[in-house]
Write a protein that binds this ligand. Structure first.
Ligand code: K2U
Ligand code: ZN
Length: 166
């Protein structure tokens, strides 16, 4: 398995809309395994293929305590259920920034696994939040896009300063 390089905002490649996966050769499972390894090493609890510059509709998620409950969701579609709740989010592509975003507390997910088999699942709490966050990545959307223009401006200035000082 391999560790993959994670793109950082404002890299324009993070704004790419990912394409549906229509064929399921072994390389798809290899990509998922590399993404899980990269996510655990970050550390993180989710990662979208967009973040590693692969513009295909694949996300990995594992919100378990022991990093032993991974989900690989291909071509995910979401049905948002119930109320929105506030959640302080971070992002491996926007390092050092944490802000509160409103997202649906409960969701139903339809997706495919690495063999192309259909999956349906329900998710609540942090798992629901994380899946919504990752699915946004597949559409080129970042959690900072939900913030006010003033907050986004301040974040962009901070990220630019951090990059200059690195
Ligand atoms: O997409 C990503 O960058 C992965 C995020 C997923 C995430 C964002 C917001 C809320 C929940 C999940 C990273 O895992 S951010 C780092 C992190 C690590 C542990 C717990 C929460 C966030
Ligand atoms: Zn993210």
């Amino acid at each position: 398995m391999s560790l993959l390089r994670i793109l950082h905002h404002p890299d324009p490649r993070l704004r790419t809309k990912a394409k549906a996966i229509t064929e399921f050769p072994p390389e798809v499972a290899t990509l998922a395994a590399d993404m899980l390894e990269t996510m655990y090493a970050a550390p993180g609890i989710g990662l979208a293929a967009t973040q590693v510059d692969v513009h295909q509709r694949l996300i990995v998620v594992d919100v378990s305590e022991n990093n032993d409950e991974p989900y690989v969701l291909i071509n995910p579609t979401l049905k948002l259920i119930g109320e929105n709740i506030p959640w302080e989010e971070g992002c491996l592509s926007v390092p050092g920034i944490y802000e509160t975003v409103q997202r649906s507390e409960h969701i139903e997910v339809s997706a495919q696994d690495v063999t192309g088999k259909e999956i349906t699942m329900q998710a609540s709490g942090i798992l629901a939040i994380c899946i919504q966050h990752e699915c946004d990545h597949l559409d080129g959307k970042l959690f900072v896009d939900y913030l006010s223009s003033l907050k986004r401006s301040r974040i962009n200035k901070k990220l630019k300063k951090n990059k200059e000082e690195a």
